[in-house]
Design a protein around this ligand. Sequence first.
Ligand SMILES: *Cc1c(COP(=O)(O)O)cnc(C)c1O
Length: 344
Amino acid sequence: MKSLEQLVRPNIWSLAPYSSARDEYSGKEAHVFLDANENPYNDPYNRYPDPLQRELKAQLERVKGVPSENIFLGNGSDEAIDLAYRVFCEPGRDNVVAIAPTYGMYKVCADINHVGYRPVLLDEHFELHAEKLLAACDANTKIVWMCSPNNPTGNSLNRQEIMKVVEGFEGIVIVDEAYIDFAQQMSLRQELPTHPNLIILQTMSKAWGSAAIRLGMAFASKAIIGIYNKVKYPYNVNLLTQQQAIETLRDPYTIDKYVKMLLTERTHLIQSFAELPICEEVYKTDANFFLARMTDAQRIYDYLVDKGIIVRNRTHIQLCHNCLRVTIGTRTENAELLSALRQY
Ligand SMILES: *Cc1c(COP(=O)(O)O)cnc(C)c1O
C-alpha cells in the first residue's frame, strides 16, 4: 500500500478542521452551556448533537465487534461514498476502478467530483476476477470499488478474489456490505486490522429496517477515520437519528427475526418466480432481493406499474438485459406480485 499521505489529496492532508464550540470544550463537569449560541429552551432539541456520536458508536462497537475509533457514521452510506472521493481523489486528475454492474452511487459521486470512473465488467455469472480489476488500475487510480453482496445482481463476490484485490492494489479498496446481514458470506470486518487500505461500508437502511433515519457506517483504520472526521460536516448525524439508532440497536433479535422471515419469503418467491413461463432465469442471491431474467422486462415492468406494483427494471444495465430486480416484501405483497404475474 502507498502511504496515506501519498493517497490523500494534499489540501485534505493539511486541512485544519472546523472547530465547533463543543469540540473545544471537553470536560464532564460543566452544567452551564453558553458557548454555542443555542436557545436554552426546548430541551433536548435545543442543543447541538455529539459531532462524533460517541454513545451510538459505543453500541455499534458491541454489535459489530469493531472499536469506536475504527467507525465513521454518516448521513446514509451515501455520505461515506461521497467523502471517499473528496478525501482521496483530485478532481480532473485521479480515477477510480469499480466492478460493473453495481450500485449507481459510485459513478454519480465520481461524476459530481469530476473523477474518472472505470467500470470493469464482471463475468456472465456476475463473478469477480481480481486480475481484470487490477489491470484497469494505473498510477492515478486512488480507489477500487466492490460491492458484496452486489447490487443489482444479488450475489456475494468470491472472498478470495476480493482479498486478492485488497492485497494487490496499492490504493484504497472499498467493499460495500449494505446487504451483508442477509448473506451466507461473512463480513470482511475481521480483515481490517491487517489491511489498512480497506474501507467497509454498512448501513442501517436494509436489514435493520431504518432507511428513513439515514445512518451509514464506514469501518476503516483509525487514520482514515480521523481524516473522514475532519472533512465531514461537524453535525452530520442529527440527534433524532442517533437516538433512534441506539434504540434499534438495543434489540438485535428483532433484526434476526426480520432476516429469517425475509430469507424464508425469498426462497418461496424465487421458487414461484422460476416456475413462471415469463421468467427465464433467477440469479442466485445473498441479499433481500433477486435479479430475474424475463422474456420482456420492459413490458412486464409496465404491466406491474399499471397494477400499482413497482419492481426495478434493470434491462438497460450492462449484463442485465431483460432483467427485473425484485425486493422481497411481506408475504402478502409477494403473493400480490405473483398473482399479477401469473395473469400476465
Ligand atoms: C441500499 C444501498 C446502500 C444504502 O445506502 P444508504 O445511503 O445507507 O441508505 C448502500 N450501498 C448499496 C450497494 C445499496 O444497495
